[in-house]
Design a protein around this ligand. Structure first.
Ligand SMILES: [Mg+2]
Length: 326
């Protein structure tokens, strides 16, 4: 099978998600006693082995919509189809949905435009937009204007999560993904991402208190922190920090996602966010075949990746990518 970076990213998200689903909400201490080392089934959500959750469903809805170009209302429409019908559900149903996402999508169902549907209070900073934003990197990969990149990220996050903190978290993540797409390794990418984002911020009139919340990522070196300083709740800032920490302190796809899952807490989402970047860094072929084999709807995901690759193609020899980043 010919695969592209789109396969690497989307399978990277879904496999990480599915590894985390059975142990969602488990504490780090419990997982330290009995760590996840491979794909499991049932437990937390009573889903069979290989079942991914809302993170991947909404990622696939965004990816599918982008196959036809960038249309916020169309993205919102597919998100609502997921909420109502389980469209792009692992088993064609919804078994988990975040509060902010539920409220925002209900607004669209009731006739609101997806440009104005998102929640924007401080408490609406769960990781619900960060976990589904990655396909946007493929739409933006040729874009050189950083203001347009920020604006598009803002629009897609704000369908559900419109607070600045969620938008900035998504922006940092997408800038990182775009730098990986240029062929940089994980550390070069981190240095470059900090330079790009800090420069962008310095030219804007953003709330400094909000900016300072990102200091551990943008001013320090998040990878140098000890594990006990890394939180893995469903808060967007925790999820961004934890996923970058897992990416930067690991040297393979499986090490990255298993580390993310075993941090505990919002296991599926940390692993989905980290897994998308790890997929991009190490390539589709670095994802253990036994995990892909048990993944729900793997043929449908492949077809979606093929379709998206036709539109935003960057064909890669994944072996080359994997070697390059070892
Ligand atoms: Mg989930």
């Amino acid at each position: 099978m010919k695969t592209t970076k789109i396969h690497s990213a989307l399978f990277g998200v879904a496999v990480g998600d599915a590894l985390g689903v059975p142990v969602e909400f488990k504490s780090r201490e419990k997982l330290r006693e009995n760590p996840v080392t491979t794909m499991l089934g049932y437990m937390a959500w009573n889903q069979p082995k290989g079942s991914w959750s809302d993170d991947s469903s909404l990622t696939f809805c965004l990816a599918e919509s982008l196959c036809y170009g960038f249309d916020i209302e169309e993205i919102g429409r597919l998100f609502v189809r997921w909420k109502k019908e389980g469209y792009w559900g692992a088993h064609n149903e919804v078994f988990d949905i975040g509060g902010t996402t539920r409220y925002s999508l209900s607004r669209i169902e009731n006739g609101e435009s997806a440009m104005f549907s998102g929640n924007f209070f401080e408490e609406d900073n769960g990781n619900g937009s960060l976990m589904r934003i990655l396909p946007l990197a493929f739409y933006l990969k040729e874009e050189e204007n950083i203001n347009i990149i920020y604006q598009k990220v803002k629009e897609v996050s704000s369908i559900t999560h419109a607070h600045f903190r969620s938008v900035l978290a998504c922006f940092i993540y997408i800038v990182y993904a775009l730098e990986v797409l240029k062929g940089r390794n994980k550390f070069e990418t981190y240095i470059q991402t900090k330079a790009i984002v800090n420069d962008f911020i310095s030219n804007k009139d953003f709330n400094q208190k909000e900016i300072q919340l990102f200091d551990r990522i943008l001013k320090g070196n998040i990878n140098e922190l000890e594990e006990n300083k890394i939180h893995s709740s469903g808060y967007v800032l925790h999820s961004l920090e934890a996923s970058l920490w897992c990416v930067l302190t690991s040297s393979s796809y499986s090490e990255t996602v298993l580390k993310a899952v075993n941090l505990g807490g919002d296991t599926d989402t940390t692993a989905a966010i980290a897994g998308g970047l790890a997929g991009l860094l190490y390539g589709y072929e670095s994802i253990p075949q036994e995990w892909i084999t048990v993944l729900a709807r793997k043929e449908d995901i492949t077809a979606l990746c093929d379709q998206m690759s036709k539109k935003y193609e960057i064909t890669t020899n994944n072996k080359f990518i994997a070697n390059k980043h070892k």
